[in-house]
Ligand binder design. Structure first.
Ligand code: GDP
Ligand code: IMO
Ligand code: MG
Length: 429
């Protein structure tokens, strides 16, 4: 059963997109299991740059089936634009399928995302304003409209009438203008007719692929600590980026996942609000931001940057049952003379080695740092561990020791070939 889940081990943007593209070359099916177009997964191939938001990054391999699974929320307009954009860059793509159980994101979700953020005042989450939270709220409230309903005109009409009447009451309560049924119905019926042929029962597709022994890659979005349950609530997204989400969001059981790789930057970034113990507010943080071009793929916001936090990493290893780590962006640390990484926290008078699950407590921890020597050389030409400077190898060893998890792959640049596979045995289980 060669199956692999790729998850973000931190707060997102760990370079999952690059790794899904690289490892997707060996996959028959690539299934994205959570989130919506709040994600931005960058893939660089030669002179082309792809920014995937809803489409699984594995679609660049023509023989692959790329699935938008039931755990996702889909903005149809965004998806169609993304399809056009991607096809314009590369006409020969894999086959796209969309789950009939994936939920549809409507304009009222986007409007409510903005209105809810405004109402939070100083306690804003800093969402991507794509309507993701409100769409998942509807799913939980059993009000959501699914792709399988959108594509059947009479069912869609009935459902939209029911839901819009409710949503308009909410919009009016927030002081906003209600939406008009006819134009919304016409607009979304247009999207439905373009997407209809792609919508199917992807749970069966996933289950049969696993049973047939095909190589199935589960593509995570966001990151472990943006998970609704395991993340720094309420500064989280509204879905389940952790490896367990791959089961819930696709319709396969837990024993069907053979290997789980956690993608982790060699340092830490976070976009939006929420505690971040190792955040840097100094020249080093700015240097990482500039050297790593740490600006959001979706919103263009400047990413908050800080040192690696191995307390966070250890928790991520447990939450996701990680088989191995993919350490990315090691190249960005070149030229920083002294590197630091948190190995524990102090909380009041105590020293602790874990993340407190109360976010208000996590917000009070102070990192206990260990220093490591940096290196000055560029790493981007390295193609084996032996090509790396001794200090970089020492850094990798430190990460393995602290996380008690082997490093399977090291990424030293955005291109496909800027990748060092250290433990091929950990990849497909
Ligand atoms: P994702 O959301 O996890 O897929 O990550 P993003 O695409 O949002 O952000 C990762 C960024 O890092 C992208 O711009 C990638 O092209 C880039 N990238 C990927 N791997 C590396 C690497 O090893 N080194 C550097 N410098 N950039 C990388
Ligand atoms: P990828 O897949 C980084 C963050 C937002 C905000 C919080 C909630 O590219 O790693 P939402 O719009 O989801 O309700 O926002 O989650 N966030 C991400 N941060 N990478 C992402 O995706 C993210 N998706 C959501 O910045 O703090
Ligand atoms: Mg991203």
């Amino acid at each position: 059963m060669p199956t692999l889940a790729i998850v973000g081990a931190q707060w997102g943007d760990e370079a999952k997109g690059k790794m899904v593209d690289v490892l997707g070359a060996e996959a028959d099916v690539v299934i994205r299991y959570s989130g919506g177009n709040n994600a931005g997964h960058t893939v660089i191939t030669g002179d082309k740059e792809f920014k995937f938001q809803l489409i699984p990054a594995g679609i660049l391999h023509p023989g692959t089936t790329a699935v938008i699974a039931s755990g996702m929320v889909v903005c149809p307009k965004g998806l169609l634009e993304e399809l056009d954009r991607t096809r314009a860059l590369k006409p020969d793509l894999g086959t796209l399928k969309i789950s009939n159980a994936a939920h549809v994101v409507f304009p009222y979700h986007r409007m409510l995302d903005a209105l809810e953020e405004e109402a939070r005042g100083e306690n804003k989450i800093g969402t991507t304003s794509r309507g993701i939270g409100p769409a998942y709220q509807d799913k939980v409230a059993r009000l959501g409209i699914r792709m399988g309903e959108l594509i059947v005109p009479e069912i869609f009409e009935h459902r939209l009438r029911e839901v819009l009447a409710y949503k308009n009451r909410l919009l009016i309560m927030f002081g906003s203008e209600p939406l008009e049924f006819d134009s919304l119905y016409a607009e979304f019926s247009g999207y439905a007719s373009r997407l209809k042929s792609l919508v199917c029962d992807t749970e069966i597709l996933a289950q049969e692929a696993v049973e047939a022994g095909k190589r199935v890659l589960f593509e995570g979005a966001q990151g472990t600590f943006l998970d609704l349950d395991s993340g720094t609530y309420p500064y989280v997204t509204s879905s389940h980026p952790v490896a367990g989400g791959a089961c819930l969001g696709t319709g396969i059981g837990p024993r069907a996942i053979q290997s789980v790789l956690g993608v982790c930057k060699a340092y830490t970034t976070r976009v939006g609000a929420g505690p971040f113990p190792t955040e840097l507010h100094d020249d080093v943080g700015e240097r990482i931001r500039q050297q790593g071009q740490e600006y959001g793929t979706v919103t263009g916001r400047s990413r908050r940057c800080g040192w690696l936090d191995t307390v966070v990493l250890r928790q991520s290893c447990r939450l996701n049952s990680l088989s191995g780590l993919v350490l990315t962006r090691l190249d960005v640390l070149s030229g920083i003379p002294e590197l630091r990484a948190a190995t524990a926290y102090t909380l009041g008078a105590d020293t602790i080695g874990h993340m407190p699950s109360n976010t208000w407590e996590f917000a009070r921890v102070q990192p206990v740092y260990e220093s490591l020597p940096g290196w000055s050389e560029s790493l981007r030409k390295a193609r084996s561990l032996d090509d790396l400077p001794r200090e970089a190898r020492q850094y990798l060893q430190f990460v393995e020791d602290q996380s008690k998890t082997p490093i399977a792959i090291v990424s030293i640049g955005p291109d496909r070939d800027e990748t060092i596979v250290v433990r091929p045995d950990l990849i497909w289980g």
